[in-house]
Design a protein around this ligand. Structure first.
Ligand code: MG
Length: 264
């Protein structure tokens, strides 16, 4: 038995050596052929960018271009048009008309929206230019996932409720507020949550956002819908409208303009 083992040793050694040589040759061939790592399909679609990064690219859906609120309805009564004011190419919150939402529903998307707190803003804390962009409106009132809009240029409040916070969940990575009276922008990438048949969460919602070009949310994972009181939780939903908040504080109403979206 011992003699057979000794005799087979050179053969085994030879086989191992040949295999190693072939493996090295394959590796070398791969290193030498760039085509092996080139991918030619699917070809990304052609999109013509806007003149500036705030202008809508060619494939965007225009939600507000300054002319009318045809893409929006009242949240309280979806058969009723949105009753916020439109003048001078901007829409201004009409607090007693309540929240408004898009007619269309969306799942995952890239959203651009601009907003301005009036120069003569008064109030403090949460009562100073408060509004909000609900990334998915899941029901009446403030149901959904709110990215906070607020004047925090020189105004402090709880940090998970300041400008660009995912309300009471995601503290923004920076305070990039401009002065009241100046236009500001949000560029938001929203990945909606997905649910299993039994209603459990398959994948939670995620958001990445820039405030005036500054990264404020970096693939933030939401724990559920944003809530004024209590812990966040998920409830099952599919595509949803986007909602803008008419907050009940007494400060002067703010304005929005140039809103467009690219479903992903
Ligand atoms: Mg708000």
């Amino acid at each position: 038995m011992q003699r057979i083992a000794c005799n087979s040793l050179p053969k085994t050694f030879l086989l191992v050596s040949i295999s190693a040589l072939l493996f090295l040759q394959t590796l070398k061939a791969q290193e030498g052929d760039p085509k092996l790592t080139e991918v030619y399909s699917p070809v990304p679609k052609i999109v013509t960018p806007g003149k500036t990064c705030s202008d809508a690219p060619s494939d965007a859906i225009i939600l507000f271009d300054g002319s009318n609120l045809d893409q929006w309805v009242s949240v309280n009564d979806s058969t009723s048009p949105a009753r916020w004011k439109v003048a001078n190419q901007v829409m201004t919150v009409e607090k007693n008309a309540g929240n408004i939402r898009t007619k269309q529903s969306f799942l995952d998307y890239q959203l651009h929206i601009e907003w301005k707190v009036p120069e003569n803003i008064t109030g403090s804390g949460q009562a100073r230019g408060n509004s909000g962009v609900f990334l998915a409106s899941t029901g009446p009132g403030d149901d959904g996932y709110e990215m906070q809009v607020l004047d925090c240029y020189n105004n402090t409040t709880y940090v998970n409720g300041q400008t660009a916070a995912i309300y009471k969940q995601g503290i923004p990575l920076a305070n990039a507020c401009r002065k009241p009276g100046e236009w500001q922008s949000y560029d938001i990438i929203w990945t909606a949550p997905r649910f299993n048949e039994d209603g459990s969460v398959r994948t939670p919602a995620h958001v990445t956002a820039f405030h005036n070009g500054v990264l404020v949310q970096n693939n933030f994972e939401l724990q559920g819908q944003t809530r004024y009181i209590g812990k966040p939780y998920y409830k099952v939903h599919g595509p949803c409208p986007i909602k803008l908040q008419a907050h009940g504080d007494k400060s002067e109403p703010l304005s929005f303009r140039n809103i467009w979206i690219r479903p992903l």
